[in-house]
Design a protein around this ligand. Structure first.
Ligand code: NAI
Ligand code: MG
Length: 357
Protein backbone atom coordinates (compact mmCIF):
# COMPACT_ATOMS: atom_id res chain seq x y z
CA UNK A 1 0.00 0.00 0.00
CA UNK A 2 0.95 3.60 -0.41
CA UNK A 3 1.57 5.70 2.69
CA UNK A 4 1.18 9.44 2.35
CA UNK A 5 3.68 11.27 4.51
CA UNK A 6 3.84 15.02 5.07
CA UNK A 7 7.47 16.04 5.49
CA UNK A 8 8.35 19.20 7.42
CA UNK A 9 12.14 19.50 7.62
CA UNK A 10 11.91 22.87 9.42
CA UNK A 11 15.12 24.63 10.41
CA UNK A 12 18.81 24.05 11.02
CA UNK A 13 19.88 20.44 11.36
CA UNK A 14 16.20 19.45 11.08
CA UNK A 15 16.68 19.68 7.31
CA UNK A 16 19.81 17.51 7.39
CA UNK A 17 18.50 14.76 9.63
CA UNK A 18 15.13 14.49 7.88
CA UNK A 19 16.98 14.08 4.60
CA UNK A 20 18.92 11.21 6.21
CA UNK A 21 15.70 9.60 7.45
CA UNK A 22 14.11 9.84 4.02
CA UNK A 23 17.05 7.96 2.49
CA UNK A 24 16.36 5.12 4.90
CA UNK A 25 12.64 5.12 4.03
CA UNK A 26 13.47 5.18 0.29
CA UNK A 27 15.73 2.21 0.71
CA UNK A 28 13.04 0.18 2.47
CA UNK A 29 10.36 1.07 -0.06
CA UNK A 30 12.62 0.13 -3.00
CA UNK A 31 13.57 -3.12 -1.36
CA UNK A 32 9.92 -4.04 -0.77
CA UNK A 33 9.37 -4.29 -4.54
CA UNK A 34 6.12 -2.40 -4.45
CA UNK A 35 4.72 -4.03 -1.28
CA UNK A 36 4.61 -0.54 0.12
CA UNK A 37 5.53 2.91 -1.09
CA UNK A 38 5.94 6.25 0.59
CA UNK A 39 4.50 9.29 -1.11
CA UNK A 40 6.17 12.32 0.44
CA UNK A 41 4.91 15.89 0.20
CA UNK A 42 7.25 18.61 1.45
CA UNK A 43 6.09 21.62 3.41
CA UNK A 44 8.69 24.40 3.54
CA UNK A 45 7.48 25.77 6.86
CA UNK A 46 9.92 27.16 9.39
CA UNK A 47 11.87 30.30 10.25
CA UNK A 48 12.88 31.18 6.69
CA UNK A 49 9.25 30.87 5.66
CA UNK A 50 8.37 33.16 8.57
CA UNK A 51 10.85 35.81 7.50
CA UNK A 52 9.37 35.80 4.00
CA UNK A 53 5.69 35.42 4.84
CA UNK A 54 5.25 36.66 8.41
CA UNK A 55 3.91 33.29 9.57
CA UNK A 56 5.49 29.97 10.43
CA UNK A 57 3.04 27.91 8.39
CA UNK A 58 0.00 28.44 6.16
CA UNK A 59 -3.17 29.54 7.93
CA UNK A 60 -4.86 26.30 6.93
CA UNK A 61 -1.66 24.34 7.65
CA UNK A 62 -3.17 22.03 10.23
CA UNK A 63 -6.03 21.25 7.86
CA UNK A 64 -3.57 20.54 5.03
CA UNK A 65 -1.79 18.00 7.22
CA UNK A 66 -4.90 16.35 8.51
CA UNK A 67 -5.41 13.76 5.79
CA UNK A 68 -1.87 12.39 5.68
CA UNK A 69 -1.02 9.02 7.20
CA UNK A 70 1.80 10.55 9.20
CA UNK A 71 3.98 13.64 9.57
CA UNK A 72 7.77 13.45 9.57
CA UNK A 73 9.24 16.48 11.28
CA UNK A 74 12.78 17.87 11.63
CA UNK A 75 13.08 20.69 14.13
CA UNK A 76 12.03 24.28 14.37
CA UNK A 77 13.77 27.44 15.58
CA UNK A 78 16.58 29.62 14.30
CA UNK A 79 18.32 32.82 15.40
CA UNK A 80 16.44 35.78 13.90
CA UNK A 81 13.02 34.54 14.92
CA UNK A 82 12.16 34.45 18.65
CA UNK A 83 11.97 30.84 19.84
CA UNK A 84 8.50 31.22 21.32
CA UNK A 85 7.23 32.49 17.97
CA UNK A 86 8.71 29.59 16.00
CA UNK A 87 7.74 26.88 18.47
CA UNK A 88 4.17 28.06 18.94
CA UNK A 89 3.79 28.86 15.24
CA UNK A 90 4.71 25.40 14.03
CA UNK A 91 5.41 22.49 16.34
CA UNK A 92 2.93 23.30 19.08
CA UNK A 93 0.36 24.46 16.52
CA UNK A 94 0.53 21.05 14.87
CA UNK A 95 0.63 18.93 18.05
CA UNK A 96 -2.28 20.77 19.59
CA UNK A 97 -4.18 21.29 16.33
CA UNK A 98 -4.08 17.58 15.50
CA UNK A 99 -4.66 16.52 19.10
CA UNK A 100 -1.43 14.59 19.36
CA UNK A 101 -1.76 14.37 23.12
CA UNK A 102 0.68 11.56 23.84
CA UNK A 103 4.38 12.09 23.24
CA UNK A 104 6.47 8.99 23.76
CA UNK A 105 10.23 9.11 24.08
CA UNK A 106 12.12 5.84 24.50
CA UNK A 107 15.53 6.01 26.20
CA UNK A 108 17.94 3.15 25.62
CA UNK A 109 21.68 2.61 25.49
CA UNK A 110 23.18 1.89 22.09
CA UNK A 111 26.05 -0.58 21.78
CA UNK A 112 29.40 1.10 21.21
CA UNK A 113 28.14 4.48 22.38
CA UNK A 114 30.03 5.90 25.35
CA UNK A 115 27.45 6.34 28.09
CA UNK A 116 27.36 9.22 30.45
CA UNK A 117 25.66 7.03 33.01
CA UNK A 118 27.65 4.24 34.54
CA UNK A 119 25.77 2.36 37.17
CA UNK A 120 26.75 -1.03 38.60
CA UNK A 121 23.22 -2.47 38.36
CA UNK A 122 22.36 -1.27 34.89
CA UNK A 123 23.45 -2.83 31.57
CA UNK A 124 20.71 -1.13 29.63
CA UNK A 125 18.16 1.56 30.11
CA UNK A 126 14.74 0.48 29.07
CA UNK A 127 12.75 3.58 29.71
CA UNK A 128 9.84 5.12 27.91
CA UNK A 129 9.00 8.64 28.90
CA UNK A 130 5.36 9.47 28.31
CA UNK A 131 4.79 13.18 27.98
CA UNK A 132 1.41 14.87 28.25
CA UNK A 133 1.46 16.80 25.00
CA UNK A 134 -1.65 18.93 24.88
CA UNK A 135 -1.96 21.07 27.99
CA UNK A 136 -0.15 21.53 31.31
CA UNK A 137 2.55 24.18 31.36
CA UNK A 138 2.34 24.55 27.56
CA UNK A 139 -1.33 25.45 27.46
CA UNK A 140 -0.50 28.99 26.40
CA UNK A 141 -2.68 30.51 29.09
CA UNK A 142 -1.41 33.84 30.36
CA UNK A 143 -0.28 37.18 29.11
CA UNK A 144 1.99 40.16 29.49
CA UNK A 145 1.47 43.53 31.13
CA UNK A 146 -0.82 42.33 33.86
CA UNK A 147 0.19 45.27 36.00
CA UNK A 148 -0.99 47.63 33.30
CA UNK A 149 2.47 49.14 33.33
CA UNK A 150 5.28 48.68 30.89
CA UNK A 151 8.93 48.55 31.67
CA UNK A 152 10.57 47.38 34.83
CA UNK A 153 7.32 46.88 36.70
CA UNK A 154 5.83 44.60 34.14
CA UNK A 155 4.02 41.51 35.40
CA UNK A 156 3.66 38.42 33.21
CA UNK A 157 1.43 35.45 33.98
CA UNK A 158 2.00 31.95 32.62
CA UNK A 159 -0.53 29.44 33.83
CA UNK A 160 -0.50 25.67 33.64
CA UNK A 161 -3.80 24.12 32.73
CA UNK A 162 -4.72 20.60 33.83
CA UNK A 163 -8.02 18.98 32.95
CA UNK A 164 -9.24 15.76 34.46
CA UNK A 165 -9.79 14.40 30.96
CA UNK A 166 -6.29 15.39 29.87
CA UNK A 167 -4.68 13.82 32.93
CA UNK A 168 -6.75 10.70 32.71
CA UNK A 169 -6.07 9.92 29.07
CA UNK A 170 -2.29 10.28 29.36
CA UNK A 171 -2.11 8.33 32.62
CA UNK A 172 -4.26 5.57 31.16
CA UNK A 173 -2.03 5.57 28.06
CA UNK A 174 1.01 5.06 30.32
CA UNK A 175 -0.63 2.14 32.13
CA UNK A 176 -1.69 0.49 28.87
CA UNK A 177 1.84 0.89 27.57
CA UNK A 178 3.29 -0.58 30.77
CA UNK A 179 1.12 -3.67 30.28
CA UNK A 180 2.84 -4.38 26.96
CA UNK A 181 6.27 -4.48 28.61
CA UNK A 182 8.20 -7.13 30.45
CA UNK A 183 8.44 -5.05 33.57
CA UNK A 184 5.04 -3.54 34.29
CA UNK A 185 5.71 -0.36 36.18
CA UNK A 186 4.56 3.25 35.87
CA UNK A 187 6.28 6.12 37.65
CA UNK A 188 4.33 9.36 37.84
CA UNK A 189 6.20 12.66 38.17
CA UNK A 190 4.68 15.88 39.47
CA UNK A 191 5.50 18.73 41.81
CA UNK A 192 2.30 18.62 43.78
CA UNK A 193 3.78 19.99 46.97
CA UNK A 194 4.44 23.39 45.39
CA UNK A 195 1.92 23.31 42.52
CA UNK A 196 -1.14 22.78 44.63
CA UNK A 197 -3.98 22.70 42.08
CA UNK A 198 -3.24 21.10 38.73
CA UNK A 199 -0.65 18.66 39.93
CA UNK A 200 -2.75 17.58 42.87
CA UNK A 201 -5.53 16.83 40.38
CA UNK A 202 -2.98 14.80 38.37
CA UNK A 203 -2.01 12.83 41.48
CA UNK A 204 -5.65 12.10 42.32
CA UNK A 205 -6.38 10.89 38.79
CA UNK A 206 -3.23 8.74 38.94
CA UNK A 207 -4.39 7.13 42.19
CA UNK A 208 -7.85 6.46 40.76
CA UNK A 209 -6.70 5.05 37.40
CA UNK A 210 -4.00 2.90 38.99
CA UNK A 211 -6.71 0.89 40.81
CA UNK A 212 -7.84 -0.43 37.44
CA UNK A 213 -4.35 -1.81 36.78
CA UNK A 214 -3.58 -3.98 39.82
CA UNK A 215 -1.03 -5.89 37.72
CA UNK A 216 1.04 -2.74 37.17
CA UNK A 217 3.43 -1.55 39.84
CA UNK A 218 3.31 2.19 40.55
CA UNK A 219 5.59 4.81 41.97
CA UNK A 220 5.24 8.58 42.43
CA UNK A 221 7.97 11.21 42.61
CA UNK A 222 8.43 14.94 42.76
CA UNK A 223 10.27 16.13 39.69
CA UNK A 224 13.37 17.46 41.44
CA UNK A 225 13.91 14.16 43.22
CA UNK A 226 13.15 12.34 39.96
CA UNK A 227 16.00 14.17 38.22
CA UNK A 228 18.34 12.73 40.84
CA UNK A 229 16.69 9.30 40.62
CA UNK A 230 17.43 9.20 36.87
CA UNK A 231 21.12 9.23 37.72
CA UNK A 232 21.17 7.40 41.07
CA UNK A 233 18.63 4.61 40.51
CA UNK A 234 17.99 4.21 36.80
CA UNK A 235 17.17 0.55 37.41
CA UNK A 236 13.96 1.63 39.16
CA UNK A 237 12.42 3.20 36.05
CA UNK A 238 10.39 1.73 33.21
CA UNK A 239 7.44 3.83 32.00
CA UNK A 240 7.65 7.38 33.33
CA UNK A 241 4.64 9.65 32.87
CA UNK A 242 4.83 13.40 33.42
CA UNK A 243 3.41 16.74 32.41
CA UNK A 244 4.38 18.59 29.25
CA UNK A 245 7.23 20.63 30.78
CA UNK A 246 8.58 18.06 33.19
CA UNK A 247 8.75 15.27 30.63
CA UNK A 248 10.35 17.68 28.17
CA UNK A 249 13.17 18.36 30.60
CA UNK A 250 13.52 14.77 31.80
CA UNK A 251 13.72 13.44 28.25
CA UNK A 252 16.73 15.62 27.42
CA UNK A 253 18.35 14.35 30.61
CA UNK A 254 17.48 10.76 29.71
CA UNK A 255 18.93 11.00 26.21
CA UNK A 256 22.08 12.66 27.50
CA UNK A 257 22.54 9.84 30.02
CA UNK A 258 22.26 7.37 27.17
CA UNK A 259 24.93 9.22 25.20
CA UNK A 260 23.60 12.28 23.39
CA UNK A 261 20.56 14.33 22.59
CA UNK A 262 21.19 13.30 19.00
CA UNK A 263 20.08 9.69 19.50
CA UNK A 264 16.66 10.31 21.05
CA UNK A 265 13.55 9.53 18.99
CA UNK A 266 10.01 10.58 19.68
CA UNK A 267 6.43 10.19 18.51
CA UNK A 268 3.64 12.71 18.99
CA UNK A 269 0.68 10.39 18.90
CA UNK A 270 -2.96 10.92 18.39
CA UNK A 271 -3.78 7.53 19.90
CA UNK A 272 -7.28 7.37 18.46
CA UNK A 273 -5.73 7.78 14.99
CA UNK A 274 -8.42 10.10 13.71
CA UNK A 275 -5.75 12.55 12.63
CA UNK A 276 -2.10 11.88 11.77
CA UNK A 277 0.64 11.49 14.34
CA UNK A 278 3.97 13.28 14.05
CA UNK A 279 7.43 11.77 14.34
CA UNK A 280 10.53 13.80 15.22
CA UNK A 281 13.74 13.58 17.16
CA UNK A 282 13.82 15.03 20.67
CA UNK A 283 16.54 17.57 19.89
CA UNK A 284 16.09 21.01 18.37
CA UNK A 285 17.55 22.71 15.29
CA UNK A 286 21.06 23.02 16.80
CA UNK A 287 22.09 26.27 15.09
CA UNK A 288 25.61 25.80 16.50
CA UNK A 289 26.28 22.87 14.15
CA UNK A 290 23.72 23.51 11.38
CA UNK A 291 24.91 23.41 7.79
CA UNK A 292 28.07 21.47 8.60
CA UNK A 293 26.76 18.01 7.78
CA UNK A 294 27.82 16.64 11.15
CA UNK A 295 24.50 16.28 12.98
CA UNK A 296 23.69 12.89 14.40
CA UNK A 297 20.76 11.50 12.36
CA UNK A 298 20.03 8.57 14.71
CA UNK A 299 17.24 10.31 16.65
CA UNK A 300 15.41 11.18 13.46
CA UNK A 301 16.02 7.79 11.81
CA UNK A 302 14.79 6.17 15.04
CA UNK A 303 11.72 8.38 14.80
CA UNK A 304 11.12 6.99 11.30
CA UNK A 305 11.12 3.55 12.95
CA UNK A 306 8.47 4.74 15.40
CA UNK A 307 6.50 6.04 12.42
CA UNK A 308 6.66 2.73 10.56
CA UNK A 309 5.61 0.89 13.69
CA UNK A 310 2.64 3.22 14.02
CA UNK A 311 1.73 2.62 10.36
CA UNK A 312 1.78 -1.14 10.91
CA UNK A 313 5.18 -1.83 9.32
CA UNK A 314 6.60 -3.20 12.55
CA UNK A 315 9.09 -5.59 10.96
CA UNK A 316 10.66 -2.75 9.01
CA UNK A 317 10.65 -0.63 12.15
CA UNK A 318 12.63 -3.19 14.12
CA UNK A 319 15.02 -3.67 11.22
CA UNK A 320 15.80 0.06 11.33
CA UNK A 321 16.52 -0.16 15.05
CA UNK A 322 18.75 -3.19 14.53
CA UNK A 323 20.63 -1.41 11.76
CA UNK A 324 21.19 1.59 14.04
CA UNK A 325 22.55 -0.71 16.75
CA UNK A 326 24.77 -2.54 14.29
CA UNK A 327 26.16 0.78 13.07
CA UNK A 328 27.04 2.11 16.52
CA UNK A 329 28.44 -1.31 17.47
CA UNK A 330 30.81 -0.98 14.48
CA UNK A 331 32.03 2.29 16.03
CA UNK A 332 30.57 4.44 13.29
CA UNK A 333 29.73 7.48 15.41
CA UNK A 334 29.15 11.20 15.00
CA UNK A 335 31.09 13.80 16.99
CA UNK A 336 28.48 14.19 19.71
CA UNK A 337 29.19 10.52 20.52
CA UNK A 338 32.94 10.98 20.40
CA UNK A 339 33.34 9.76 16.81
CA UNK A 340 34.47 11.42 13.60
CA UNK A 341 31.82 10.36 11.09
CA UNK A 342 29.46 12.80 9.46
CA UNK A 343 25.71 12.62 8.87
CA UNK A 344 26.00 11.10 5.39
CA UNK A 345 28.46 8.41 6.50
CA UNK A 346 26.28 7.28 9.40
CA UNK A 347 23.23 7.21 7.17
CA UNK A 348 25.03 5.16 4.50
CA UNK A 349 26.25 2.75 7.17
CA UNK A 350 22.73 2.31 8.55
CA UNK A 351 21.41 1.60 5.06
CA UNK A 352 24.24 -0.85 4.42
CA UNK A 353 23.38 -2.64 7.66
CA UNK A 354 19.73 -2.72 6.62
CA UNK A 355 20.65 -4.48 3.42
CA UNK A 356 22.39 -7.33 5.27
CA UNK A 357 19.47 -9.50 6.09
P1 NAI B 1 19.16 21.70 20.56
O1 NAI B 1 18.57 20.39 20.86
O2 NAI B 1 18.94 22.22 19.19
O3 NAI B 1 20.75 21.67 20.83
C1 NAI B 1 21.32 21.45 22.11
C2 NAI B 1 22.76 20.97 21.97
O4 NAI B 1 22.76 19.61 21.51
C3 NAI B 1 23.55 21.77 20.92
O5 NAI B 1 24.88 21.92 21.36
C4 NAI B 1 23.50 20.90 19.69
O6 NAI B 1 24.60 21.06 18.82
C5 NAI B 1 23.44 19.49 20.28
N1 NAI B 1 22.67 18.60 19.40
C6 NAI B 1 21.32 18.58 19.30
N2 NAI B 1 20.95 17.68 18.38
C7 NAI B 1 22.08 17.13 17.89
C8 NAI B 1 22.33 16.14 16.89
N3 NAI B 1 21.35 15.52 16.21
N4 NAI B 1 23.63 15.82 16.64
C9 NAI B 1 24.63 16.43 17.30
N5 NAI B 1 24.44 17.36 18.25
C10 NAI B 1 23.18 17.70 18.54
O7 NAI B 1 18.58 22.71 21.65
P2 NAI B 1 18.77 24.31 21.78
O8 NAI B 1 20.14 24.70 21.37
O9 NAI B 1 18.28 24.63 23.11
O10 NAI B 1 17.72 24.93 20.77
C11 NAI B 1 18.04 25.33 19.44
C12 NAI B 1 16.76 25.70 18.72
O11 NAI B 1 15.92 24.54 18.58
C13 NAI B 1 15.92 26.73 19.45
O12 NAI B 1 15.38 27.59 18.46
C14 NAI B 1 14.81 25.92 20.11
O13 NAI B 1 13.63 26.64 20.32
C15 NAI B 1 14.61 24.83 19.08
N6 NAI B 1 14.04 23.57 19.61
C16 NAI B 1 13.14 22.95 18.80
C17 NAI B 1 12.61 21.74 19.15
C18 NAI B 1 11.69 21.06 18.21
O14 NAI B 1 11.52 21.48 17.09
N7 NAI B 1 11.05 19.97 18.60
C19 NAI B 1 13.00 21.08 20.41
C20 NAI B 1 14.01 21.78 21.15
C21 NAI B 1 14.50 23.00 20.76
MG1 MG C 1 12.67 19.50 24.38
Amino acid sequence: RNYRIAVIPGDGIGIEVVDAGLHVLDYLANESNGDFTFETDFFPWGCEYYLENGKMMDEDGVEKLSDYDAIYFGAVGFPGVPDHVSLWGLRLAICQGLDQWANIRPVEFLPGVPRRLNHPDVDNLNWILVRENSEGEYSGVGGRNFSGREGSNEVAVQSALFTEKGCERIIRFAFDLARTRKRKKVTSVTKSNAQQYGMVLWDEVFARVSKEYPDVETDQWLVDAMAAQFVLHPEELEVVVASNLFADILSDLGSALAGSLGIAASANLNPVKRTPSMFESVHGSAPDIAGKGIANPIGTIGSAALMLDHLGLSEEASRINQAIEETTRQGILTRDLGGTHNTAEITDAIIKNLSKR
